[in-house]
Design a protein. Sequence first.
Length: 490
Amino acid sequence: MQTRRKSMLGAIALFLCAAGIAFYTTHKHHTVVVTRTAAGFIPKTVLIHRGDTVRFVSTTGAPFWPLSDPHSSQGISLAFDPGRALTPNEQWSFTFEQAGVWNFHDRLLAEMRGSVLVEGEKDESVKNCLSSSQDTTKGYCWATEITATIKQEGLSAGFDSVHDYYETSLEFQNQCHDVMHVLGSATYSEYKKTGTHIARQETSYCGYGFYHGFMEQMLVELGRDYLHEANSYCIGLLIDPALPSRAAGHSAAAACFHGIGHALLDSLPATIWGNDKAMTAEATIECEAVTDEPQWRVRCVSGVFNSLSNAEGSKNYSLSYSVSDPTALCRTQKAEYQQSCYNELAIGYTHYANYSDTEALSLIAHLPGDAKYWSLMAYFDDTVRHNLQDKTLAQLYEETVAFPEEKEREAVIDGVANALSSGGKPGGEYLQMLTYCSLFPISNARTHCYRRTIDTLSALYSNTALSAICKTIPVGDQAVCTSSLRTKNL
């Protein structure tokens, strides 16, 4: 079966595999050969040092054109391009004089992709990447440093690096979901050897991106015939002693199943590329084969739509957004899957079209029925999470109460709560959430905010810790907090 992976995430995942990977981390300059084969570029990702050279060759017997992505996830200014298609027997080389991360593809068949991670001195890759990045996917700016650390010092040191970046960089906190994908991919390799879970608090950081990467890597390596093992791992998280509560285990399992959906769409045969209905239908059928539990099926399918939205935004798999009706596909889905479809496609399209807040909210307002409330929550979750340093809690409050409908305000509160819980400093995220709630006057919105806060924090804290948190809020609101906690524990 012919397969490919998303440009950066799949490449990073394969980078961490034992097979098909090239590491060149000494200071003596090397030349690395990347071969364009019928199955794609081999190796798909190389880690080299600044000053090393990559030589592109082909074994396909057809012309090829290795070209850096015009809009890579980091917006790196350096580009490489031979300027024309190469004949089957030609070779072409490029020397990387700047540390950072570059994605590339074959201009003659854009589905064939790869990545070059250029290591420099400590933190050099991060600094170069951030200084030239203009978009909101800066998380991969740390990928080179984290992966180099894992290779040289081991997985535990990789977790330590993530912890240190999170503690010292607000920008990392806002963008680290994708980096956690990388760490999850690396951890799968360890799990494959030992069969044990990694008992680190960092696995819950950044919206559980760790489990997304872990499951994607499992399915990249094992294929669909091993979905039973994937299901068993996800279910095992429900009682994982490394997680602080039952709610935390539930959230981790949900993220784990979401990761399965990611991998399923990203491993579909090329014969149905370009047909969004056929691709989502096949991936959905496989999600339903993974588990009989409706809640986990929904989470798996949410990963399918997330991957679809990513593909449409980057025009992978011969897909692209329908400009006239970007969420048309959602109306054809089963009722239980429509929320994740609207959330992913609507929000993904606002990024793709570079919409302003006004334009994005106008698109969302015209979605049918409850879809506008689902997508409103997702929009604020997304925008607040990636711009925590740009908005004060008072500004978020003013934006919330500006919506005239109660259901709209509650949707915004839900999105803000999700963003603050996943983007806030671990151990202190609840302070921002409770402060945000306290800005509302006594009202349904204030009550909803505290209830949503407890619901969200229950995935991060033990019941004992949540009880202590309830005691820190104004006395008049403590009954709402403790009542929500009791309800959550039933």
